[in-house]
Design a binder for this molecule. Structure first.
Ligand code: NDP
Length: 492
C-alpha cells in the first residue's frame, strides 16, 4: 500500500504542469482518511489553456494527418500500457474510490480492452454512397467533431475515462478530460501512459479540479465542439445548459433507479445471488445498480430471508484487505447522504431488515463504511424507492402481477437499466419489451460489454457510449455532391 503521498501534475499540451493558481488538493483514502496523493487544483485558467492546446492540435497539429491505421495502433499501445501498469492502477483506484481490489483489477482490464476495441474500430469508420438523381455522384464522409470536453465521475475513474477517450481518439478528435476531484489519480497515471504510447502533444489534455470552476468552464467553453459527461442527473442538466452557449454537441450518461424484477418462476438461488450483486457491487455506487428489487409476492418473504442469510458473506473492509467484498463509500459527505436516506426509509415506514449503520469494527472507524442495507415492504412512493441513493441500500417492493411489476418498474424519471429473472423466456422478453430503459439483463445483472451500447432513456441521459453506437457520438457527417452534368444549372 502506498505510504508517502505522491505529488502529481496534470497534463496540458504534452507538459506536466501545476495549476495556474498554484493550488493543490489532497486525495484521501476513503478506507482510513489517510492522504495518498496531492494533485493540482485546476480552474478556468487551466481549462482555457488545455482547450487552447486541444484546439491547436486539432486544427493545425500532425494529428489530422495521422491515418486511421496509425490511430488504431496508438490505441493498441495505450491498451498495452494500461496492462503493463495494471497493478499500480488497480491499487490507486482502491486508494481513492474505495472499491475492493478484485473489482478494481476487473475495471483496469476492462479499460485496456476498451482501448483495444476502439483501436480496432478506427479503421472501420466509413461513409456511404447514396442513390441520387443520375446527374450527381453523392457520398457521405465521416469526420471527427473537433475538441471534446469529457467529464467523468468518481465511481469508475479509469474505466469512465477510457469509455470517453478511446472512441474520441479512434475517430480523430482531440480531448480535454476532467476527472472527478475525488478520484483523479488513475487519469493522471494514464497521462504518462498516453505520452509513452506516442499520443501527440495537445491531443489529450487532463485537467484536475472541481466541478464548479473547472467542469463548468469546460462545458461552457466556446472553443469546445462537444461535451461528453457522466455523472448525476442534476449536474447533467447543468452541463447541458452551459453547453447551449455555442450549441456544442452533448452526450450525457446520468443516474438511474433501476428495477431488478424477480418472478416466482425464476431460478431462486441465482436470483438471490443476482439481486445482491446487482445492489451491492462497488458499494452500490453504480449508475446501473439494481437498487429497486421488485419481487413476486408469492416468493417475497422467502426471498428476503435468503438474501439476509447471505449478507454476512459480504465482508466489509478496506479494499486492499484480502477477502473484502465491500469497501468504503467515496467520501464522508456521501456516507452522510446515504445515512440520510436510511433515516428517511425508517421514517416513511419501510422495514429495515439488515444493515443501515456503520460497522461496529473499531478498526474501520476512520473510513466511510456502511453495512449493506436492505429495506423490505417499500412502497413505490417512498423516497428510498424514487431517488438515486448511489450506495449499498436496497429497496424491496413486492408485486402481484406482471402488469404491476412493469408499471412499478417504469414509474421513475430514470430509464437506465433493468433486470428480469424468470425461467419463462416468453415472459422475460415480454417484460423487457415494455421496460423504458436502455440496458436490460435477463437472468443476470451487471455484465457490461465494450461491444454493446451503454446509455439511458428518459432522464438517464442522451446518447450512447460503447459499441458501434459509442463512436457515432464522436463523428460528424458530411455530404459531398459532385455534379456530373457539363451544362450550367440555368435557373436564371
Ligand atoms: P456528479 O454529477 O457530482 O459529478 C460528475 C462529474 O461532473 C465530476 O467530474 C464532477 O466534478 C463534475 N461536475 C460537478 N459539478 C459540475 C458542474 N457544475 N459542471 C460540470 N461538471 C461538474 O456525479 P458523481 O461524481 O457524484 O457521480 C455519481 C453520479 O454519476 C451518479 O448519479 C451516477 O448515476 C452517475 N453515473 C452514471 C453513469 C452512466 O453511465 N449513466 C456511470 C457512472 C456514474 P467533481 O467531482 O470534481 O465535483
Amino acid at each position: 500500500m502506498a505510504q508517502q503521498p505522491r505529488n502529481y501534475k496534470m497534463m496540458i499540451g504534452g507538459e506536466f504542469v501545476t495549476a495556474a493558481s498554484g493550488k493543490t488538493r489532497e486525495i484521501r483514502d476513503p478506507g482510513n482518511g489517510h492522504v495518498v496523493a496531492i494533485v493540482p487544483e485546476g480552474g478556468k485558467e487551466d481549462i482555457d489553456a488545455a482547450v487552447g492546446k486541444a484546439r491547436q492540435a486539432f486544427d493545425h497539429g500532425p494529428w489530422k494527418q495521422t491515418s486511421a491505421l496509425d490511430r488504431g495502433k496508438l490505441l493498441f499501445r495505450i491498451a498495452d500500457g494500461i496492462r503493463a501498469n495494471a497493478a499500480k492502477l488497480a491499487e490507486l483506484e482502491v486508494l481513492s474510490c474505495g472499491k475492493p481490489l478484485a473489482e478494481a483489477e476487473y475495471d483496469i482490464a476492462d479499460a485496456a480492452n476498451c482501448f483495444e476495441f476502439y483501436g480496432g474500430m478506427a479503421t472501420k469508420i466509413h461513409g456511404e454512397t447514396m442513390q441520387v438523381p443520375a446527374n450527381s455522384l453523392s457520398f457521405v464522409v465521416r469526420e471527427p467533431i473537433g475538441v471534446c470536453g469529457q467529464i467523468v465521475p468518481w465511481n469508475y475513474p479509469l474505466l469512465m475515462s477510457s469509455w470517453k477517450l478511446a472512441p474520441a481518439l479512434a475517430a480523430g478528435n482531440t480531448c480535454v478530460l476532467k476527472p472527478s476531484e475525488l478520484t483523479p489519480l488513475t487519469a493522471l497515471e494514464l497521462a504518462s501512459i498516453l505520452v509513452e504510447a506516442g499520443v501527440p502533444s495537445g491531443v489529450v489534455n487532463i485537467v484536475t479540479g472541481p466541478g464548479p470552476g473547472c467542469g463548468d468552464a469546460l462545458s461552457a467553453h466556446p472553443q469546445v465542439d462537444k461535451i461528453a459527461f457522466t455523472g448525476g442527473t442534476a449536474t447533467g442538466r447543468h452541463v447541458m445548459n452551459a453547453a447551449a452557449g455555442n450549441l456544442k454537441k452533448v452526450s450525457l450518461e446520468l443516474g438511474g433507479k433501476n428495477p431488478n424484477i424477480v418472478f416466482a418462476d425464476a431460478d431462486f438461488e441465482a436470483a438471490v445471488d443476482g439481486a445482491l450483486f446487482g445492489a451491492f457491487a462497488n458499494q452500490g455506487e453504480v449508475c446501473s445498480a439494481g437498487s429497486r428489487l421488485l419481487v413476486d409476492r408469492k416468493i417475497h418473504k422467502k426471498f428476503v430471508e435468503a438474501m439476509v442469510k447471505k449478507i454476512p458473506n459480504i465482508k466489509v473492509g478496506h479494499g486492499m484487505t484480502p477477502g473484502v467484498k465491500m469497501g468504503p463509500v467515496v467520501s464522508r459527505l456521501h456516507l452522510e447522504k446515504i445515512e440520510g436516506y436510511v433515516a428517511s426509509g425508517i421514517a416513511e415506514g419501510a422495514k429495515l431488515v439488515c444493515g443501515g449503520k456503520r460497522p461496529s469494527d473499531k478498526s474501520l472507524a476512520g473510513g466511510n463504511f456502511i453495512e449493506p442495507t436492505i429495506f423490505d415492504d417499500v412502497t413505490p412512493s417512498m423516497k428510498i424507492a424514487r431517488e438515486e441513493i448511489f450506495g449499498p441500500v436496497l429497496a424491496v417492493i413486492p408485486f402481484d402481477t406482471e402488469e404491476e411489476a412493469i408499471q412499478i418498474a417504469n414509474d421513475t424519471e430514470y430509464g437506465l437499466a433493468a433486470g428480469v429473472w424468470s425461467r419463462d423466456i416468453n415472459r422475460a422478453l415480454r417484460v423487457v419489451r415494455e421496460l423504458r430503459c436502455g440496458i436490460t439483463w435477463i437472468n443476470t445483472y451487471h455484465p457490461t460489454f465494450n461491444e454493446m451500447p451503454w446509455g439511458g432513456y428518459k432522464q438517464s441521459g442522451t446518447g450512447r457510449e460503447l459499441g458501434l453506437y459509442g463512436i457515432e457520438e464522436y463523428l460528424e457527417t458530411k455530404q459531398v455532391n459532385i455534379n456530373l452534368d457539363e451544362a450550367p444549372i440555368a435557373w436564371y
